[in-house]
Ligand binder design. Structure first.
Ligand code: ADP
Ligand code: ZN
Length: 697
C-alpha cells in the first residue's frame, strides 16, 4: 500500500554529486526552499528542500527521515536555487558547494534584525510624540521636535530604496554613451561601458540606478574589492542614503542586517563584493559590475571557483535584470564579446573635466645604473621629478607591486633563498614597528628574522625592495615630506586614515602596492610613478601582458584628474618591453590569443592535482592528463606541469590545463572533463585530490 508519507530531495552544504532523498515526518509538508536539518554520515547540517515528490531511486526502507525543520531560518527563494544550479553546472562543482558559499554558517543564524531595529525606532517615535504633546515649555518642545526629526531620519535611512533629488546633468559625451547603453538594454544584451578613468562612468551608474529604483526595482552594484566599496559608499550614499553595503569585511551582524533588509524591502540598492550576488535578490532591475576586468572578481578557492562578473550575468538572466559592465581597461573576454555581438558596447573616450592625455616618461634603470644615476631603488631622474612636484605643491603616488621590505632573502654561502616550509615559495622580509619577520605571502607562515640560513648556517641578505623599503628610501630622500604607505600589511583602519589624510592634502607622498592603482580619486596628484615595472611583466603566463597593460593604464589614471596636467613615470629594467613602449595594443593581444588558441577564443579549464606523495602525484597526474586529452572534440590538454605555487599546505601540486574550442561541443566537453575526473577518483580511490577551475585568471 502506498502511504501518504512525503519525500523530498535536499541540498546539503557539502561536495555531494547528488541531492539526497529524505522522508518528511507524518503529516508534515514542505516547499521548495524550506530549511531543514539532516544528517549525513553522522553529522548535522542545515539543508534546503530542493525537490518535492521526487522519483525514488532508492528502496523506501533506505530513505532517512529529516532531523527536523529550521523555522527560524528564512526560506530560500526558488530563483536562488536555480542560480546555484546554474553556477554549479558552469563551474563544474556541486550545488551544495554553491549553497555553502551563498549561506556561510554565520549567515545561517539569520534573524530579522532589521525588523527589530525598525520596531524600536517606531516605538521611540510614538513615545517622543506623546512627550511633545505633554511638553509645557518651549525649550522642551524644541528638544523633543529635534529628537523626533532625528528618529524619523534614522527610519528613512533604513529604507534601502530611498533616493535624494540631487540633479545629475550629463555631458554630451555621457548622453551619447547612455543612449548606446539603453539601446543595448533594449536588445536584451549585457552592455560593456569602456570609459577612461575620470570619464564619468560612476555618474552614469548613478543615473541608471536612480531610474531603476524609480521604476520600483532594485540595484546590485558590484566592485572587486572591499577598499573600493568603502570609498564609494559615501558617494553612492549622496544619491541613495539607505544604500546597503555587503562584503566579507563587514561584521557578522551587519551582514545579517543586509540580508534581512533585502528580504524585506521591495526595492533597494546594495553595493558589495562578489559574495553579494548570493543575497536573496528577487526584484532586481539592474546589475552594475564596476572594474569588470579585475581579477579579484574570481574566487580561487574553495569551490565554487566563480567569477563574480560572469555569475552576476547569470543572476541577472535568472531575474530578468539588465547588466552594465564598466572599465577603463576592459578584459579581452568582454571586448571579444562586444565584437561578436553578444554584448553591446558604449564608450566614454574623454575625461569629464577635460585635459589631454597624461604624458609618460620611461626611465631605464639599467642605463641609469651604468651612469651612476640610481640612488637605492629610486633613480636620480625620478628624484628630480619628485622634487619638482613637491616644490609645486603637488602630490605623488609611487607604486611598487610587491609588499614587504625585501621580497626575498638569499644565503651568501649556499646561494639558496629562504623558503616557506609548507608552500615552498620564497619568504619575504618584513619590518613592522621594529619587528623583523620572514613571511610567506601564500599561507601566512612566519618566523622571526635571524639573518641565518636554515640550510647551511650562512648569512642571509635581503634581495630587492618591496613597498616598505621604498617608503624608507623616500623618507630618507625627502626628510621634510609627509609620507604614507598603503598595502596589505597596513592594518585596515590605519590604511583608511592614510587614504583620508592623502585625500585632504595632509600627506605629500603615498607609497603602495596595486591597492593605490585602483579607483582612488585624489584631486591633488600630479605625479604617479611605478617602480620596477618589470615585476608586473615577469609572470610567465599568456595573460601577463594583458594584466600589465591594465595595471599601468589604471595607475596612470590616478593623475591629471580634474583637468590638471600630470606626469606618469615608469621606472623599469625592461624599457623596450612592448607593454611599456605601447606596442602591445589590445589588437595585438587578441590576434595572439587567436593564433595560439587561448581564451577568449577557447574556454580554459585547469585541473589541479595535489598530493603529499610526489611520486604518486606524478604518476596519477600524467594518467589523468592522458584521460583528459582523450576527450577529443578539439580539446587540447597541456601538462601536467608545475605551477608557480607548487607546494600548498604541505602538498605538491601539478596542473593540467585544458583549452576547449568554443563550438557546439563546448558544454559536452566540459561535462566530460568533470565526468572523467569523477571516474578517475573512483578508479584510483583518489577523492579530494583533484580540483577543477573553469575560466582561471
Ligand atoms: P569614472 O567613474 O569614469 O572614473 P567619475 O564618475 O568618477 O568617473 O567622474 C570623474 C569626475 O567627474 C568626478 O569628480 C565626477 O564627480 C565628475 N563628473 C562626472 N560626470 C559628471 C556630471 N555629469 N556632472 C558633474 N560632475 C560629473
Ligand atoms: Zn607558506
Amino acid at each position: 500500500m502506498k502511504d501518504n508519507r512525503r519525500y523530498i530531495r535536499a541540498i546539503v552544504p557539502l561536495r555531494l554529486e547528488w541531492e539526497p532523498l529524505y522522508r518528511l515526518p507524518d503529516g508534515a509538508t514542505a516547499e521548495i526552499g524550506t530549511r531543514i536539518r539532516v544528517k549525513v554520515s553522522g553529522k548535522d547540517y542545515d539543508a534546503v528542500v530542493s525537490e518535492l515528490d521526487p522519483e525514488l531511486d532508492a528502496p523506501e526502507s533506505k530513505i532517512r527521515e529529516i532531523e527536523g525543520f529550521s523555522p527560524s531560518l528564512p526560506a530560500i527563494f526558488p530563483s536562488e536555487i536555480r542560480l546555484w544550479r546554474e553556477v554549479a553546472r558552469y563551474y563544474l562543482c556541486s550545488v551544495g558547494e554553491v549553497f555553502k558559499a551563498a549561506y556561510p554558517s554565520e549567515k545561517v543564524r539569520e534573524e530579522e534584525a532589521l525588523a527589530r531595529k525598525k520596531e524600536r525606532l517606531r516605538t521611540r517615535l510614538s513615545a517622543l510624540r506623546d512627550k511633545l504633546e505633554k511638553a509645557r515649555t518651549e525649550a522642551t518642545r524644541e528638544r523633543y521636535s529635534g529628537q523626533i526629526r532625528q528618529t524619523e531620519e534614522a527610519l528613512r535611512g533604513l529604507d534601502a530604496g530611498a533616493v535624494t533629488d540631487r540633479p545629475i546633468d550629463l555631458s554630451p559625451a555621457q548622453e551619447l554613451a547612455l543612449a548606446d547603453i539603453r539601446k543595448g538594454f533594449r536588445e536584451g544584451k549585457t552592455v560593456l561601458l569602456d570609459g577612461v578613468t575620470g570619464s564619468g562612468k560612476t555618474e552614469l551608474y548613478m543615473k541608471l540606478a536612480r531610474e531603476t529604483v524609480a521604476s520600483g526595482k532594485s540595484v546590485l552594484y558590484l566592485v572587486p574589492e572591499i577598499a573600493l566599496s568603502r570609498q564609494l559608499e559615501e558617494r553612492v550614499a549622496g544619491f541613495f542614503p539607505g544604500v546597503l553595503v555587503f562584503h566579507s569585511g563587514e561584521t557578522a551582524s551587519r551582514r545579517r542586517d543586509t540580508a534581512a533588509a533585502i528580504r524585506e524591502q521591495e526595492k533597494y540598492i546594495v553595493l558589495g563584493t562578489r559574495s553579494s550576488i548570493f543575497l536573496p535578490h528577487r526584484n532586481l532591475g539592474l546589475v552594475i559590475v564596476d572594474e569588470e576586468h579585475d581579477t579579484s572578481y574570481k574566487q580561487d578557492s574553495p569551490a565554487p571557483r566563480y567569477n563574480g562578473r560572469d555569475t552576476a550575468i547569470m543572476l541577472a538572466g535568472a531575474l530578468g535584470a539588465r547588466v552594465l559592465l564598466g572599465s577603463a581597461t576592459p578584459s579581452l573576454e568582454s571586448i571579444y564579446n562586444v565584437r561578436t555581438g553578444r554584448y553591446a558596447g558604449a564608450v566614454l573616450p574623454q575625461r569629464y573635466w577635460g585635459g589631454g592625455g597624461t604624458p609618460t616618461m620611461i626611465i631605464d634603470t639599467i642605463a641609469e645604473r651604468r651612469k651612476g644615476g640610481m640612488d637605492g631603488h629610486i633613480s636620480r631622474k625620478l628624484y628630480l621629478e619628485m622634487e619638482k612636484t613637491l616644490a609645486g605643491g603637488g602630490q605623488i603616488v609611487l607604486l611598487r607591486a610587491r609588499r614587504s621590505w625585501a621580497p626575498a632573502v638569499q644565503c651568501t654561502s649556499c646561494g639558496k633563498p629562504a623558503r616557506c616550509p609548507s608552500c615552498g615559495v620564497p619568504l619575504s622580509l618584513h619590518k613592522d614597528r621594529g619587528e623583523e619577520t620572514l613571511r610567506c605571502h601564500h599561507c601566512g607562515y612566519h618566523e622571526s628574522w635571524s639573518g641565518i640560513c636554515n640550510l647551511c648556517g650562512g648569512e642571509l641578505i635581503p634581495i630587492g625592495a618591496g613597498s616598505q623599503r621604498i617608503e624608507d628610501e623616500v623618507r630618507a630622500l625627502f626628510p621634510s615630506a609627509r609620507v604614507g604607505r598603503l598595502d596589505a600589511d597596513v592594518p585596515t583602519k590605519e590604511g583608511e586614515q592614510t587614504v583620508k589624510a592623502f585625500a585632504s592634502g595632509d600627506l605629500d607622498i603615498l607609497v603602495g602596492t596595486q591597492m593605490v592603482s585602483k579607483g582612488f580619486d585624489f584631486a591633488g596628484v600630479s605625479l604617479v610613478a611605478v617602480l620596477q615595472a618589470d615585476s608586473v611583466l615577469a609572470i610567465p603566463d599568456f595573460r601577463s601582458d594583458e594584466k600589465g597593460l591594465q595595471l599601468l593604464e589604471q595607475f596612470k589614471g590616478r593623475t591629471g584628474r580634474r583637468g590638471k596636467p600630470g606626469l606618469f613615470i615608469i621606472q623599469t629594467a625592461q624599457a623596450d618591453h612592448p607593454v611599456i613602449t605601447g606596442g602591445r595594443a589590445v589588437e595585438n593581444l587578441l590576434a595572439e590569443r587567436r593564433l595560439f588558441g587561448y581564451p577568449p577564443f577557447t574556454r580554459e579549464v585547469d585541473i589541479a592535482v595535489h598530493d603529499t606523495d610526489p611520486g604518486r602525484l606524478q604518476k596519477l597526474a600524467a594518467a589523468l592528463s592522458e584521460d583528459i586529452a582523450a576527450i577529443g572534440q578539439g580539446l587540447k590538454a597541456v601538462g601536467p606541469y608545475q605551477p608557480s605555487e607548487w607546494l600548498v599546505h604541505g602538498e605538491t601540486v601539478l596542473l593540467v590545463r585544458a583549452m576547449l574550442p568554443k563550438d557546439r561541443n563546448l558544454v559536452s566537453s566540459k561535462d566530460s572533463i568533470a565526468a572523467r575526473v569523477r571516474s578517475f577518483e573512483k578508479q584510483f580511490r583518489y577523492w579530494g585530490h583533484i580540483t577543477l577551475n573553469v575560466d582561471p585568471l
